[in-house]
Design a protein around this ligand. Structure first.
Ligand SMILES: Cc1ncc(COP(=O)(O)O)c(C=O)c1O
Length: 341
């Protein structure tokens, strides 16, 4: 890995971050006249800018130091911050895989970063050799990998190779890791200072509405995230919802088991549907299917009020289907079994 300071944008390295009213004192206050809040109400106070309680809880669960944890307004914020911390607009470039999560592209475009897209092979795996030329490009700062990948559903096999050999920062997006029977790359943080792992409470923890994403990385990288984030980027309501969900994680474990059972059942029925040509193996809470007439099937389901994700333009002939409740899945299956083009 190149030195961290050579990978960070110079203006971020030298940035004096905003110092919020609540982070400037230590000790116990009882009269708060520092932040121009309304003294009345329930939600009248700014939230903890550093989300200490939430980080403590995550630290216990993940066995990682709280100083190696950043909480974002969804993992979409983590992705955006990675571009903003490491890539100079109009100068630096980043790399990702295709097909993958659309926000890597959108966020790069917003930040005026040239995003190089490496196509996955026919098994939706990455050939790590394709990254090697970029190790000689000192403007290549960031590589974004998604595992399990959206929309293909599979874990990437050779991330180890990549994090061992890539000279820049590697962001591994593990939004769907809770549904995969594999260890998180959080395990590798201690030995790989170029690694950032992002996870989310939007999927297995059922908190998409609350917008809570997490980045795990070295303390040095987390300090950079803290410098750049808006001071109160995670609301008190969201912090509280996240804390409750994490404390009740047995409940989410049960939901996850049900979703995994349903994933298997839905896949087995789908493969026998006349229109379905292939059901791709999934390590996530969705299935990618190849069908005869993707646009037509998508529209047919839409007319029945069943919304799926048409991925035909990304992967010809493919639709991505999220695993729902057993009743919702039955509705979907009944509809697809009756479809023919
Ligand atoms: C791969 C991937 N990363 C990140 C996200 C965004 O997650 P969040 O809700 O935490 O912003 C999604 C959402 O669909 C996703 O599929």
């Amino acid at each position: 890995m190149r030195s961290l300071s050579s990978l960070v944008r110079p203006n971020i390295l030298s940035l004096a971050p905003y110092s919020s009213a609540r982070s400037e004192y230590s000790g116990k206050g009882s009269v708060f006249l520092d932040a121009n809040e309304n003294p009345f109400g329930i939600y009248n106070r700014y939230p903890d800018p550093m989300q200490k309680a939430l980080k403590e809880e995550l630290s216990g669960i993940k066995n990682i130091n709280p100083e190696s944890i950043f909480i974002g307004n969804g993992s979409d914020e983590v992705i955006d911050l990675c571009y903003r911390i490491f890539c100079r607009p109009g100068v630096d470039n980043a790399i990702t895989i295709i097909p993958s999560y659309g926000m890597y592209d959108v966020s790069a475009a917003i930040n005026d970063i040239n995003l190089i897209k490496i196509p996955l092979d026919q098994n939706f795996q990455l050939d790590a050799n394709m990254l090697l030329p970029y190790n000689n490009d000192e403007n290549t700062k960031l590589l974004i990998l998604c595992s399990p990948n959206n929309p293909t559903g599979n874990l990437l096999e050779n991330i180890d190779d990549v994090i061992n050999n890539f000279e820049g920062i590697v962001l591994v997006d593990e939004a769907y890791i809770d549904f995969a029977g594999s260890l998180s790359y959080i395990q590798k943080l201690a030995t790989h200072p170029n690694l950032i792992v992002t996870q989310t409470l939007s999927k297995a923890y059922g908190l998409a509405a609350a917008r809570v994403g997490i980045a795990y990385a070295s303390r040095e990288i987390i300090r950079l995230f803290n410098k750049v984030k808006p001071p109160y980027n995670v609301s008190a309501l969201n912090q509280s919802a996240a804390l409750t969900a994490l404390k009740e994680r047995e409940e989410y474990e049960n939901q996850k088991q049900l979703l995994l059972t349903e994933r298997k059942r839905v896949a087995e029925v789908l493969i026998n549907a006349p229109a379905v040509k292939k059901v791709y193996p999934s390590d996530a809470n969705f299935l990618l299917i190849a069908v005869d007439g993707a646009n037509e099937l998508y529209q047919y389901l839409l007319n029945l009020g069943i919304i799926t994700r048409n991925r035909n333009t990304q992967i010809p002939g493919c639709i991505r289907i999220t695993i729902g409740t057993p009743t919702e899945n039955d509705e979907l299956l009944n509809a697809i079994l009756q479809f023919s083009i």
